[in-house]
Design a protein around this ligand. Structure first.
Ligand code: GLU
Length: 363
């Protein structure tokens, strides 16, 4: 199972002013245990601004942009240093990946980020993601790490998104003002009623609150990834959740991931067309197989890597739609060639397929 874990500042500081060593150790131990169980973990971690605040000796909270960016820039290194040191105790290597809104909007950057994260997971490295706060502001930002974690869950096509926070989960009412409120164990769908339960912003340390967590749950479940919002102060919370224990609130996925992906491919505007030879057309339309460059006869239109393109049979009928692994000019250079010759032709390769079967919808 591929799990995205989101840790908020309030969890990492355990309610204190500083990143909390014992808490970080507990969290890393839990991640290491889950990884040893054969699962993949991608971490989305806040805490940089708090770490910067700590390093600079707790200057008065100044809300100016420059000051916040300074704290993030100082703290991000410190945060990674803490993670790397603790991860090393468990024999885990970590990688820092800083993303921002444009990395999800721009298709090439999106695919590049995905390639990097895939490479980390393939090599057993734990990627630790945060928003690139030192350079991204306002409109250019995702803005909060709950939403970022949902985007990341989509990016890596996670099987589960776990958001650990300083609340036990989603309640029937705000438990601070309604002592009779009870925890909701399962949410089948994020409805307006669920939104109403989210109330206002919670603690003052992080950016989120229940609102951004519900937003994250909505984004991820719509793309087919279930979400668990659970308390970060429970020992081994992550391994228990991955092991199937009921902790916090679970939001069920809305359809399966592959279906969601295919819906999304069909909703995209196709920016190019490629014509296949008879063998490739048959392999695609009858068996739903991947399309290799060898089976391409013509490339029309201009498109980037990752754009949606139409796949045509030799007689010009559209038989499928899919995401191209190569941009149009590259595809033109490798069409008709064997996949082992891609690297010689282009000087690099993004893999043997022109359109991978997971990125293909038959019509
Ligand atoms: N990126 C911020 C940080 O590392 C946190 C944003 C958030 O809490 O959502 O401090």
């Amino acid at each position: 199972m591929r799990v995205v874990l989101k840790l908020g500042t309030s969890v990492l500081t355990a309610g204190t002013d500083r990143l909390h060593g014992p808490r970080l150790v507990d969290l890393m131990r839990s991640m290491a245990a889950v990884r040893s169980g054969g699962h993949e973990v991608v971490l989305v971690s806040s805490g940089a601004v708090n770490a910067g605040w700590e390093v600079l000796g707790f200057p008065p909270r100044d809300r100016t942009l420059a000051e916040k960016q300074l704290l993030a820039a100082v703290g991000q290194g410190q945060l990674m240093h803490r993670y790397a040191t603790i991860a090393d105790l468990y024999g885990v290597n970590v990688a820092q990946v800083l993303l921002t809104a444009d990395d999800f909007r721009d298709r090439t950057r999106y695919l590049n980020a995905r390639t990097t994260l895939d490479a980390c997971l393939t090599r057993g490295v734990l990627p630790i993601i945060n928003e690139n706060d030192a350079v991204a502001t306002g409109q250019l930002k995702v803005g909060d790490n709950d939403t970022l974690s949902a985007f990341v869950a989509n990016l890596v096509e996670a099987d589960l998104l776990v958001i650990l926070t300083d609340a036990p989960g989603l309640f029937t009412a705000d438990p601070r003002s309604h002592p009779e409120a009870t925890l909701i164990p399962v949410v089948e769908r994020v409805t307006p009623e669920v939104w109403a339960l989210a109330g206002g912003v919670g603690s003052h340390r992080g950016t989120g609150g229940m609102h951004t967590k519900i937003q994250a749950a909505e984004i991820a479940t719509r793309a087919g990834t279930p979400v668990v919002i659970a308390p970060g102060d429970q020992p081994d919370a992550l391994s228990r959740i991955v092991g199937g224990e009921t902790l916090g609130t679970r939001f069920l996925a809305n359809g399966n991931r592959l279906e969601a992906r295919k819906r999304w491919i069909l909703a995209e505007i196709a920016s190019g067309r490629i014509t296949l030879d008879a063998g490739a057309a048959q392999a695609v339309s009858e068996r739903g197989g991947s399309l290799l460059p060898a089976g391409i006869r013509a490339v029309e239109g201009e498109f980037e890597r990752g754009h949606t393109i139409r796949l045509l049979s030799p007689d010009g009928q559209e038989i499928a739609r899919g995401l191209s692994r190569y941009k149009s000019s590259d595809l033109t250079r490798i069409m008709g060639k064997h996949s082992r010759d891609i690297e010689a032709a282009l000087g690099f390769t993004y893999g043997p397929e022109a359109v991978h079967r997971d990125d293909l919808v038959r019509l």
